[in-house]
Design a protein around this ligand. Structure first.
Ligand code: G3I
Length: 493
């Protein structure tokens, strides 16, 4: 697991004001990055008077989930801004929202939540990339390697857009059944390795974001489902499958309330070398003892990095009739709020890596990701950018690498570079696929042909490369043998 200094926690106070300036600028200049934020755990400081301030004392965060409709709800926004430092989109970053049609990504709803959150000093959890529910409609018509390819393309497309911007991604959500075996789903039917392929793809797409497995009913240590997930994480760590964190949704209902062994569950997962987080907490009738207990358990486990409630007020909840959140319908904090606040302030452990003061008290520097590698949300409406050529004609080179492979296919990436002193106005790469291989999908480029020698030319938004600039395109190949493509060449008009 990457340790925390890359994304240290923010504290309130003077540094926060500096930070907010940086983050606001990042939100306005869309290509900049706004992975907040800063400062360090300090248990000797005064108790926090808000959830986020109390959580930040121990290097943790306190988050909420919001739907896009809450962006016009001042009651919600006021509490969110005052109390929370992490935000999750309820539905807007799910697969059906971000890729409604194959290869056509739409980030407008997710971006609206993201921009609001970072402009108010929060970090953002991405939820979710691969799930049996809320899938794009076109996934229902796919199966086998075609569905596998679609999942990989989806992860690549969405993660390219949010690269460097999020604190965590729920890469895979709710993939286990109650008996501890894999849940049956169309994704599971593509092969038992679908989860690790999702994580390997995610790691290649954005090496900086923390990659989580997220599920419900995995809070009780002796429950079969908990053990099933634990065994998978243990196996992933043993085999080097990249996974950084486990999200325990923590939906406590009448039938499954806070288990007495919750802390043992958290510490057992953490002992595997992953962070743990409570990602969607809500409790029937906001039982004060359960909220106190779930918070206390997290505070007692150093690698429990934060708590998110699924909404803020009871009127925001998917379980609204059970009044399960920390604020009532009139925005008043409940007794459970005070219990949580006190438990946060009473933390005696800090998140590893958060006790060292950050060396730079301002916001994270802008991403080095070239803006051309992020597909625009509406690529077809973006006019081609072809400034006049200057200096010597550009010299185009193409370099291939295999990003990921599995039985039945692989994911490739080509870096197109301009090694000349002039501007490249468009490029075309030719590569030859081995016999039995078929191109399944291309992103950040437009292909001609799907077998044998194929060509890929620039997309409308990444054809212009200045001197020494480069861009990448990616593709998926269905294959009986995963031989890398040969004869990779680049030409420019
Ligand atoms: O937007 C449409 C609206 O146009 C239509 O009129 C209405 C009619 O039913 O449906 C609306 O869409 C609903 C959507 O929420 C937005 O409100 C969907 O039907 C409804 O199924 C969807 O529910 C979401 C649910 O995930 C779907 O599985 C909940 O809002 C969301 O809170 C919930 O979140 C999940 C987490 O992702 C995973 N863990 C469990 C958690 C709670 O169920």
């Amino acid at each position: 697991m990457k340790d925390v200094p890359a994304q240290p926690r923010r504290r309130t106070g003077g540094r926060t004001r500096l930070l907010l300036g940086g983050v606001l600028a990042a939100a306005i200049t869309v290509s900049s990055v706004a992975v907040a934020t800063l400062a360090h755990a300090d248990l000797s400081g005064p108790p926090g008077t808000t959830l986020k301030a109390a959580a930040e004392r121990s290097g943790r965060y306190f988050g909420a989930a919001m739907g896009g409709d809450r962006l016009n709800d001042n009651g919600f926004l006021t509490i969110a801004n005052r109390e929370f430092d992490m935000m999750t989109a309820v539905n807007e970053m799910k697969p059906d929202a971000t890729e409604p049609n194959q290869g056509q990504f739409n980030f407008s709803a997710g971006d609206a939540i993201y921009n609001w959150a970072v402009s108010h000093g929060m970090r953002v959890r991405g939820h979710t990339l691969a799930w049996h529910a809320q899938q794009p409609r076109f996934w229902a018509n796919l199966s086998g390697s075609a569905l596998r390819s679609a999942m990989i393309s989806h992860i690549n497309g969405v993660m390219a857009h949010y690269k460097g911007k999020l604190a965590y991604w729920d890469v895979v959500n709710e993939a286990f059944a109650e008996n501890g075996s894999r849940r049956s789903s169309n994704l599971q039917a593509t092969g038992n390795d679908w989860i690790e392929v999702a994580f390997r793809t995610a790691k290649a797409a954005d090496p900086g974001v923390k990659l989580c497995y997220n599920d419900y009913n995995i809070e009780n240590w002796t429950y079969a489902k908990t053990q099933g997930v634990y065994n998978m994480i243990s196996d992933f760590k043993a085999r080097g499958v990249p996974i950084d964190c486990v999200g325990l949704q923590t939906h406590f209902t009448g039938g499954s309330s806070l288990p007495g062994n919750f802390q043992q569950t958290l510490s057992s997962f953490a002992a595997l070398g992953v962070d743990v987080a409570l990602t969607e907490a809500d409790v029937t009738n906001a039982a004060t003892n359960q909220y106190q207990g779930l918070t206390q358990a997290c505070m007692n486990v150093p690698r429990c990095v934060g708590i998110t409630t699924w909404g803020i007020r009871d009127s925001d909840s998917w379980r609204g009739s059970e009044n399960p959140l920390l604020f009532d319908r009139n925005s008043n904090p409940k007794a459970a709020y005070t219990a949580v606040l006190n438990a946060l302030n009473a933390a005696s452990t800090t998140v590893p890596g958060t006790t060292t003061p950050p060396s730079t008290p301002t916001s994270t520097p802008p991403s080095s990701t070239p803006p051309t590698s992020t597909p625009p949300s509406t690529p077809t409406s973006t006019p081609p950018s072809t400034p006049p050529s200057t200096g010597e004609p550009g010299a185009c080179t193409a370099t291939y690498r295999t990003v990921n492979s599995w039985g039945g296919g692989y994911q490739g990436e080509v870096t197109v570079a301009n090694n000349g002193s002039g501007t490249l106005n468009g490029w075309t790469v030719r590569l030859t696929l081995a016999a039995g291989q078929t191109l399944a999908n291309v992103w950040n480029g437009v292909n001609t042909g799907t077998t044998g020698t194929i060509s890929v030319r620039n997309a409308s938004y990444n054809g212009s490369l200045g001197a020494n600039a480069s861009t990448t395109f990616g593709f998926l190949v269905n294959a009986s043998t995963n031989t890398a493509p040969g004869v990779v060449s680049c030409t420019s008009p």
